[in-house]
Design a binder for this molecule. Structure first.
Ligand code: ADP
Ligand code: UDP
Length: 235
């Protein structure tokens, strides 16, 4: 499978067409951004790690948690063939522990463990700064149907259940994460985009050390080492 035209260049990935109209190739970059693109930088080797981690987790979720995903085939260190979807413009965020914007918005200390995981949606729109919305807003904005939202919630909680246990076995606490879903040409909802240290918060279970993009966002140092460490836990 070969790349044809570049369809899109995002903050972390490039997306290419292929000779199959139903398939795309995504290419992971080392570019890192935070705060809606305001902070920019490079995390050396991130593209390779995010590509491999995302592919591994998506295959697990497909097989073990029965969540359909866009994953087709890893081509090389940075490139993967995926099913082309029309992205549902929602960032679906699941949280097990208070951190980041939850702590800030609701005045809760980072690290408070929830009795039940939470779900929230942001409207994926860079110009508006990805505002937080609820299901009724998503319906009013025609971002998805009621049935699609129900399915997305079911898949997102199932992904959390599976991944929480998976990471726990590897000495990692899955604090929170963001998922994106899309529609195949026949309307089937599948998990798309990526699952990586860019899109999840991972804490070492023993030391509570941050092993994710917060090291970049908060200038904590050791960014590359943290990405390598979390990737190492997978093998
Ligand atoms: P951003 O657009 O936020 O800068 P990226 O750099 O990760 O993010 O760009 C990848 C883009 O590709 C995102 O907009 C994402 O929603 C989209 N995307 C992810 N998976 C698929 C897919 N299977 N088909 C079509 N688009 C996808
Ligand atoms: N997240 C993401 N992309 C975004 C916003 C958030 O992948 O555009 C992820 C982030 O890595 C974290 C979770 O979603 O794992 C919750 O992020 P939060 O709302 O706390 O936002 P932040 O603190 O990054 O502003």
């Amino acid at each position: 499978m070969e790349k044809r035209e570049q369809l899109y260049e995002g903050k972390a990935k490039k997306v290419f067409t292929t000779d199959d109209p139903e398939l795309l190739i995504v290419s992971y970059k080392d570019d890192a951004t935070a705060f809606n693109g305001l902070k920019k930088g490079t995390i050396v080797g991130k593209g390779v790690i995010n590509n491999k981690m995302s592919n591994l987790l998506m295959q697990k979720l497909e097989k073990e948690a029965h969540i359909p995903t866009h994953f087709v085939e890893e081509l090389n260190d940075r490139e993967t063939v995926v099913k082309k979807v029309s992205i549902v413009p929602l960032e679906v965020i699941i949280r097990n522990i208070a951190a980041g914007s939850f702590s800030k918005n609701y005045g809760v200390e980072e690290g408070v463990v929830f009795d039940h995981p939470t779900i929230e949606f942001s409207y994926k729109n860079d110009d508006l700064g990805d505002p937080l919305i609820n299901e009724y807003h998503a319906l009013a904005l025609k971002l998805a149907t009621k049935e699609e939202i129900e399915l997305i919630k079911e898949y997102a909680f199932a992904a959390n259940c599976y991944m929480k246990a998976y990471w726990k076995e590897r000495g990692v606490i899955l604090v929170d994460f963001k998922l994106e879903f899309g529609r195949l040409s026949d309307g089937t909802i599948v998990l798309a985009d990526e699952i990586s240290p860019d899109t999840c918060r991972f804490w070492d279970a023993e030391t509570k050390e941050k092993l994710d993009k917060d090291r970049f966002r908060r200038d904590l140092g050791g960014v590359e080492d943290a990405y390598a460490e979390i990737m190492g836990r997978l093998s």
